[in-house]
Design a binder for this molecule. Structure first.
Ligand code: ATP
Ligand code: MG
Length: 436
């Protein structure tokens, strides 16, 4: 195991990595996207070093299809920009180049060095977190800044070899997720690494190495200081990558779920076998299934699910104070969402969607009223799916489910609704005076 102090000394001594030649590994250029290859070759032809790194190397070695391709080079961000017209420099904490090819973005970063070279007070917050990280170095500086050994493998476009400084290949073979360096220091530098550990372990079916695992308990409270926007981004990666259920179970096991969804966590701690547990389990199973079948999913639905337990309780409280059910749902929705966004931000379009799904749960009960308008609601389908999940988790809703399932199949009504939607669309493109 290499701790941080040792790693600094070692990196100064320039240790020799294990280099696995092309003939001894399975990464072929066929598995690398054309755009990533273009970037690698253009950097190489301009006499820069260029490597594929991170998730793509890891995933190909595991026989999986990479989600995206990250490149690392000794070219500085401005030099990268000079080489690519389709390049945008982003980030403050990490200055990166994004090179856009249609929908695909290749992220290109410059080798970074450890901070002992520069003034630490400028780069670290008082609590040890890295807040700025733009000290450039070489590959053997950069490697120690990466999180896990399996994420620190470099595929060299020069000779197609894989360069391994940290035993990442062995960890891949034995199915271990291991932080590089001393785990506590690495979690203090960036507490989100704890969430990344859970994510990679769940997604790739790896076991978390003992010290990487045991330090989570001591460091988990550091997640309180992470900006809410970053936690939102992490939630999407945790729950919308096809392994949401395992991830949820693991987050709860390590007591990290509460930093993402504190209100729901409180409820789950109080009554472990509660309806909410079943509801989330069913919903996440469903989300995973949809993702694996290529169906559409949206963060709005996920947030509606993850806040539903506290919503029910608060709605009941408001109703016992003699508010109507609809008023109670609306007020509870406001309160629950404003509490949630003090932990994780949520873009407004998704808070709107969650609210719509909740209020539609009331409108779906009123089967005698305005069936057509409910069917027409742009969130009807999501609200109906939500209703199905509630029923699956033990709520007695069979009559409602039957009713709305039939209504959707009712051909004249369905035709009318399509027409209605078309008219609405035409009006929005060509508004009448009274709509303006
Ligand atoms: P994914 O399949 O989710 O994209 P990834 O490993 O490629 O997984 P990215 O977030 O794309 O993850 O990051 C690319 C690489 O950058 C990582 O593999 C890792 O080497 C490094 N990295 C990213 N985030 C961190 C972090 N918080 N701390 C240290 N290194 C990091
Ligand atoms: Mg990646």
């Amino acid at each position: 195991m290499i701790d941080t102090e040792k790693s600094k000394k070692i990196s100064r001594l320039k240790i020799t990595p294990t280099v696995i030649p092309r003939s001894q590994h399975i990464i072929s250029r066929m598995q690398i996207s054309d755009s990533a290859l273009k970037v690698l070759y253009r950097l190489k032809n301009a006499k820069y070093k260029a490597y594929l790194v991170g998730g793509a190397v890891r995933d190909i070695l595991l026989g999986r299809k990479p989600k995206d391709f990250d490149v690392v080079t000794d070219a500085k961000p401005e030099q990268i920009r000079e080489l690519f017209r389709n390049c945008r420099l982003i980030g403050r904490r990490f200055r990166l180049a994004h090179i856009q090819f249609g929908k695909e973005i290749i992220e290109v970063s410059t080798f970074r060095a450890t901070h002992h070279i520069s003034d630490k007070s400028e780069s670290h917050a008082k609590d040890g977190r890295i807040i700025r990280d733009n000290v450039y170095g070489d590959i053997d500086d950069d490697v120690w800044r990466r999180d896990f050994t399996i994420n620190a493998l470099f595929y060299n476009i020069e000779d197609f070899s894989v360069v391994d400084y940290v035993g990442g290949i062995k960890d891949l073979e034995t199915g271990q997720l291991r932080l590089i360096g001393e785990p506590k220091t690495r979690y203090v530098e960036d507490p989100v690494r704890m969430l990344r550990a859970i994510r990679f372990a769940s997604k790739l079916g790896l076991s978390i190495h003992s010290t990487t695992e045991s330090s989570i308990g001591d460091c988990s409270n550091l997640l309180e200081n992470i900006p809410s926007a970053r936690l939102y981004e992490e939630i999407l990666k945790l729950f919308m990558s096809g392994h949401a259920l395992e991830t949820f179970i693991s987050l709860r096991k390590y007591n990290l779920f509460k930093y993402l969804f504190p209100q729901m966590d409180q409820l789950l701690v109080q009554i472990e076998q509660d309806y909410s547990h079943q509801f989330i389990t069913d919903a996440l199973k469903n989300t995973d299934q949809r993702i694996n079948e290529g169906d559409h999913i949206t963060p709005g639905f996920l947030f509606a699910v993850m806040l539903w337990g506290p919503m029910r309780i608060m709605t009941n409280e408001y109703m016992s104070n003699s508010l109507s059910e609809m008023e109670a749902v609306k007020l509870a929705g406001d309160a629950i969402i404003s509490k949630q966004i003090s932990s994780t931000s949520i873009p407004r379009r998704f808070t709107h969607m969650a609210r719509d799904i909740w209020t539609l749960q009331i409108r779906l009960k009123q089967t005698k009223k305005r069936t057509f308008r409910v069917l027409m609601h742009p969130r009807f389908r999501a609200a109906y799916d939500f209703l199905l999940l509630r029923a699956k988790s033990g709520e007695c809703l069979d009559n409602l489910i039957d009713y709305w399932t039939k209504e959707q199949l009712n051909e004249p009504l369905a035709q009318k609704s399509r027409q209605h939607r078309n008219n609405k669309y035409q009006r929005s493109r060509n508004p009448r005076k009274k709509d303006l």
